[in-house]
Write a protein of this length. Structure first.
Length: 277
């Protein structure tokens, strides 16, 4: 739908110099309420797009730079080994992530512990979690007027780790091995969250997302979306106005869908009807 809207908007765009000059003069005059709303919404939409794109490009460059600096010394039990005294494990890459471990992890972990750590990272790789994390951070930075997105990003990271632990340790013996590996990482300064070990030991982790800020964010999105729709319909005859507002409406619809899905998952977890997956 977004693609169709953009195509329709592009087909209505006129590049005649006189038309563009007159339209800009109308928008900047401030006497027309609809024109003023178009200018405000269009400016906000462009700011969101610019901030999201800038952060996305920055994070992608940093991720690629990190991947290029990795010096692979070999492979061990299905993972790429890089030099490093501290035990670490991670996956890197966007479309086809690879699992990496440090030589310190190879030295300190038993075979069973090492296998569970690799299985954990393979779950991240299968879900392309590095790409998801970058997209989430970029969206949270771009939609600066919704601070709850930063909390959702943090909670997503927490639950993604819990989900990977679940996928890597389905049997009691595997859960003990992974918990032992996490304790090794924590003793060496990796900063493992205690709730992950507690979860593996039987204390179920729950998503701790405040519903009130999420409801406020949903209300804000609804107001902006309704305003955008009204302005778009009111300015339907104006191709420049329609093209200006359409990307903003598309962004709000996309983020609204993500927020709705997030609220649904939180409600299901709080009512005990879903396990971390």
């Amino acid at each position: 739908m977004t693609l169709v809207a953009l195509m329709v908007s592009a087909s209505r765009l006129r590049v005649d110099g006189t038309f563009v000059r007159d339209t800009c003069a109308t928008l900047l005059s401030g006497h027309d309420l609809v024109a003023t709303a178009v200018l405000a919404l269009g400016g906000l939409g462009l700011l969101v797009i610019a901030r999201t794109g800038w952060m996305l490009a920055r994070l992608c460059r940093a991720h690629r730079s990190t991947c290029r600096r990795l010096s692979v010394a070999g492979r061990h039990r299905g993972a790429r080994v890089v030099n490093g005294v501290q035990p670490r494990a991670f996956c890197a890459g966007f479309l086809a992530p690879e699992v990496y471990v440090t030589s310190g992890a190879v030295a300190l972990l038993s075979d069973a512990e090492f296998d569970r750590v690799v299985a954990h990272e393979r779950h991240h790789a299968a879900r392309r979690d590095p790409l998801r994390a970058i997209a989430a951070r970029s969206a949270a930075f771009g939609l600066f007027f919704l601070p709850v997105l930063r909390d959702l990003q943090h909670q997503y990271t927490r639950m993604a780790e819990i989900a990977a632990d679940e996928a890597a340790a389905s049997r009691p013996a595997d859960r003990r091995a992974l918990a032992a590996a996490l304790l090794v990482f924590d003793r060496c300064g990796a900063g493992i969250e205690p709730e992950r070990v507690d979860h593996l030991c039987g204390t179920r982790a729950r998503a701790d997302v405040p519903l009130r800020p999420m409801a406020t964010a949903a209300l804000t999105l609804s107001v902006v979306l309704a305003t955008s729709v009204v302005v778009t319909l009111s300015a339907a005859a104006d191709s420049v106005a329609l093209l200006t507002v359409t990307p903003h409406v598309a962004l709000i619809l996309a983020v609204g869908g993500v927020l709705s899905a997030g609220i649904g998952r939180v409600v299901r977890r709080r009512t005990g009807s879903a396990r971390p997956t």
